[in-house]
Design a protein around this ligand. Structure first.
Ligand code: PLP
Length: 227
């Protein structure tokens, strides 16, 4: 095993152990929580190390980066499940529907309409989440909480999207637990069973508050080095 393989495998085991402990504290079954490894910007060697350690669920936040990386890896690991967790432009829906198993960032009517059209065209129906901008931050994607009820109904009724859950990214400088609780209540109200919340700094809080999917990058792969 190379140094990188050992490091990534060790980090994965540590994160899994902390997820299990947080689930136990909340009297939840740890198997209810899926760890999404976020390999964006990381050298492909690190992503391959995670695959070698048995990790199969991954998140990417850019369609183009994912297109450059995953087709080749998937040929070797066909059971990979790929989640889009970054903003999606309406003109990239074709590529996104073709590549991803789950699209977590549905957040506006035009995008919902384009996704529905592409799904019909391709005969592929990736699970969808609505992203909620729980902190109402102007620079952040996601539907505002006040508009969420109507938007969720639009996705389901008007566009027939396979909507399964909600996703949020709390403001960096706020207590995330209030945001996680808000997301959970909203999901419950709509009978949505999946909650994508929690990142490297707060995934244990998210698990305690009901996350079914946590998106963890740095704690698995180390710091990202942007060019
Ligand atoms: C990058 C990213 C993550 C992972 O963040 P870390 O803090 O490195 O764990 C999670 N969710 C989204 C939407 C991201 O863009």
């Amino acid at each position: 095993m190379s140094d990188v393989e050992a490091e990534v495998a060790g980090n994965l085991a540590a994160v899994r152990a902390r997820i299990a402990a947080a689930a136990a504290e909340a009297e939840r079954d740890p198997d209810e929580v899926t760890l999404i490894a976020v390999g964006k910007v990381q050298p492909v060697e690190r992503v391959e190390a995670a695959l070698a350690a048995g990790q199969r669920v991954f998140g990417e936040n850019r369609v183009q980066e994912a297109q450059g990386k995953w087709p080749a890896l998937r040929a070797r690991y066909p059971d990979v499940e790929l989640h889009l967790i970054g903003p999606l432009q309406s003109n990239k829906t074709r590529e996104a529907v073709a590549l991803f198993d789950v699209i977590q960032t549905v957040d506006r009517p035009k995008l919902a309409a384009e996704l529905a059209k592409e799904m019909a065209r391709q005969g592929r129906r990736p699970d969808c989440y609505v992203q909620v901008n729980t902190g109402e931050e102007p620079q952040k994607a996601g539907v505002l909480p006040a508009d969420a009820d109507a938007f969720i109904e639009t996705c389901r009724v008007e566009h027939g999207l396979p909507l399964v859950g909600l996703m949020c990214i709390p403001p960096a400088d706020e207590d995330p637990t209030l945001h996680f609780a808000l997301l959970r209540e909203l999901a419950k109200r709509h009978g949505l069973t999946r909650l994508s919340m929690g990142m490297s700094g707060d995934y244990e809080d998210a698990v305690r508050l009901g996350a079914t999917h946590v998106r963890v990058g740095t704690a698995i792969f180390g710091a990202r080095h942007y060019e």
